[in-house]
Write a protein that binds this ligand. Structure first.
Ligand SMILES: [Zn+2]
Length: 55
């Protein structure tokens, strides 16, 4: 028997760059851009609403 447990999870080291918005959980290429630019892991539309209504 070959032990291959966890093999499929090895490539998840880019978890922070998966383009999934922290706010709406939608996947968008703007998420990574915003993460780099603003430090917030948000998609385009969530970033706009955060900008218009900052807490
Ligand atoms: Zn979003």
């Amino acid at each position: 028997m070959t032990d291959k447990i966890g093999e499929k999870y090895i490539n998840t080291d880019t978890e922070e760059l998966n383009n999934i918005c922290d706010e709406c959980k939608e996947e968008d290429e703007s998420v990574t851009q915003n993460l780099i630019l603003t430090g917030f892991k948000l998609c385009k539309s969530c970033r706009v609403s955060k900008t218009i209504f900052p807490l």
